[in-house]
Design a protein around this ligand. Structure first.
Ligand SMILES: [Zn+2]
Length: 81
């Protein structure tokens, strides 16, 4: 696939928006570092919940599976520590 150009980030951003509009709760982009849409946000209040930078993921604003800002249950696999 070296003969193909990368998908423009603007297209990925549009698809992310459409995924949210269709009801997906946790869409995020990959391989576009650095970009804020690589992270996961609370679907209710928009708080940053899983901050991704390249291959690392850091849990933010979570207490167990709950958003600390609004109390929304956030579905994920992992241990926020
Ligand atoms: Zn929230």
């Amino acid at each position: 696939m070296q003969d193909r150009n990368s998908t423009p980030v603007s297209v990925l951003e549009r698809i992310h928006r459409q995924a949210r509009d269709l009801g997906l709760r946790y869409p995020y982009l990959g391989n576009v570092y650095p970009h804020p849409l690589e992270s996961t946000y609370c679907p209710r209040c928009g708080a940053l919940c899983i901050e991704r930078r390249g291959f690392s993921a850091v849990f933010r604003n979570l207490e167990g599976n709950m958003c600390t800002r609004c109390g929304e249950r956030i579905e994920f696999v992992g241990n926020p520590g």
